[in-house]
Write a protein that binds this ligand. Structure first.
Ligand SMILES: [Zn+2]
Length: 205
């Protein structure tokens, strides 16, 4: 079996310089899926700015709020648009820069061992069913290549500092969609059933 290159064929690929090598062994160390939300400007959907931010091309003059983004070098592995289309910026074998200062089960620097998925959205607006469906598809596809054990929100691994994906993300609905997927993927039934999905509460501190 040839080694998986970390790029999912169902995603549209946009390359970025915002990544580096994971420090741990592949694929064994990639165990965590982190869910985020982002929109640029905040609350505006569509447009090029999120991809421009993640690929180092953002026009800081396009909106007054973008001044705060100056000098920020960030990325994620995946971005799910409101209609469920998936964009991939970084191979899942590499380290994307999405989590920042973070800690999960006592281990810091979650970027080292996680895959980051940004949903186009905000803390204030419900997410689209197409986005949950795309996220569930993505999680199942990744389980075919990585021994993921947990799904967390950015808010859970960086409490007090981050609030996304926020109170509008329905963790129970996502878990239900995952359970449904298990019936289509007999080889992955155990992996899907074993994936621990964080509950939406508490959004602590
Ligand atoms: Zn985030």
């Amino acid at each position: 079996m040839s080694r998986f290159d970390g790029w999912l064929p169902q995603a549209t690929r946009y390359d970025t310089p915002h990544y580096d090598a994971r420090p741990g062994p592949l694929p064994a160390d990639v165990t965590l899926l982190v869910v985020h939300n982002i929109s640029l400007p905040l609350g505006w959907f569509g447009g090029p700015h999120v991809s421009d931010l993640f690929t180092g091309r953002i026009d800081y003059n396009a909106d007054p709020s973008f001044a705060d983004l100056r000098g920020l070098k960030v990325s994620s592995h995946f971005f799910i648009r409101r209609d469920g289309r998936v964009i991939q910026y970084v191979s899942a074998n590499e380290r994307a820069w999405h989590a920042g200062r973070s800690c999960f089960q006592g281990r810091e620097k979650c970027n080292d061992f996680s895959i980051g998925v940004e949903l186009e959205g905000s803390d204030f607006v419900p997410f689209e069913v197409a986005q949950y469906a795309a996220l569930a598809d993505l999680a199942v596809a990744l389980l075919g290549h990585y021994p993921l054990t947990d799904v967390q929100g950015h808010q859970h691994i960086a409490p007090g500092r981050k609030t996304d994906p926020g109170p509008c993300f329905d963790w129970d609905f996502f878990r239900k969609l995952l359970n449904k997927k298990a019936s289509d993927e007999p080889a992955l039934v155990a992996a899907i059933a074993g994936l621990r999905v964080v509950k939406g509460v508490p959004q602590s501190q």
